[in-house]
Design a protein around this ligand. Sequence first.
Ligand code: HEC
Ligand code: HEC
Length: 303
Amino acid sequence: MSDFINEFWNWYVIVIVIGSVLFCALLLWAQSLHRPPPGEVQSTGHVWDETLQEYNNPLPRWWMWLFYITVVFGLVYFALYPGLGNFKGALGWTSVGQYEKEVAKAEAQTKPLFDKYLKMDVATVAADREAIEMGKHLYLTYCIQCHGSDARGARGFPNLTDKDWLWGGEPERIKETIAAGRFGVMPSHAHLGDETIRDLASYVRSLSGLPVDAARVAKGQQAFMESGCIACHGPDAKGNQMLGAPNLTDKVWLHGGTEAKVIETITLGRNNQMPAWQEFLGEGKVHLLTAYVYSLSNTPESK
Ligand code: HEC
Ligand code: HEC
């Protein structure tokens, strides 16, 4: 339970809780004081339809005792468990503590398995059927919302089943990506002006063999060399995996290859984030996920 910053609220809660419990006990006690002699009934004096009277019978004893028991239960509960302001309860129970205990128990069961795979290199784990099943399970839990259930990605989210990599497809690079996350930053180039940006888009699209306005390509190529594009994408436009800058000469598009999309990318820039997982999942799971991702593009069928 979170602590109150102000001592006032601590006492406010304690007084209301204890006060309500004691008030219930008092009410019960007051109710049991006035019992008419057996066989007699009291009426409240309300009469309807000429003969219909409202009796004022005392509460049944079994019901009173049940109520007393709940009062005692309440007091014992508040002595043992948190509930009274900042008082932590004699047992020191917390929901966080209980959760951590359960997690620790589950981890103690799976840790030897993860440790076994952690000692093996990624390519070996990727060839282990049982490990890949576990990796797939982890993938389906943590990764599909962005990369899709078939790992083929979507606009802005890379396909993990091909051999085209933003950040590199070697086991160490994949593991680094998953463990520490990545920021793909393509700066905005709106300052170049619409005409130059259209030239650039034509040049970039021509590199992938798409139909373009030929007159713009030469101007675009010159602008590509002079506008700083080569600092990240390289003079041959084949990209740079240290920066996550994509290869612009292939047919794979992260943000779309239509003229409008390429113009949008160059004008507005792109900020793309792959979250970091090591702290949340631990190295054992990251290792299995790495092997799973590696296996996707290193099977005989993948190209
Ligand atoms: C919130 C969305 C999101 C989730 C969840 C996510 N990713 Fe990513 N991932 C991205 C984005 C966006 C990129 C591309 C980053 C960039 O543009 O540089 C990426 C990139 C990657 C890459 C690098 C691809 C390349 O071409 O270099 C790998 C590998 C990867 N993710 C694996 C995973 C795995 C495994 C998980 C599950 C543990 C996961 N991702 C979960 C959004 C996500
Ligand atoms: C600071 C480095 C940097 C510079 C400079 C840069 N880019 Fe990029 N560019 C990137 C990165 C990183 C990405 C990938 C963004 C992502 O991960 O979403 C990218 C993505 C792109 C894409 C999208 C590719 C796709 O598959 O959708 C295009 C097109 C592009 N850049 C063209 C250019 C052009 C043209 C220039 C020069 C005007 C330029 N870039 C300058 C880093 C850079």
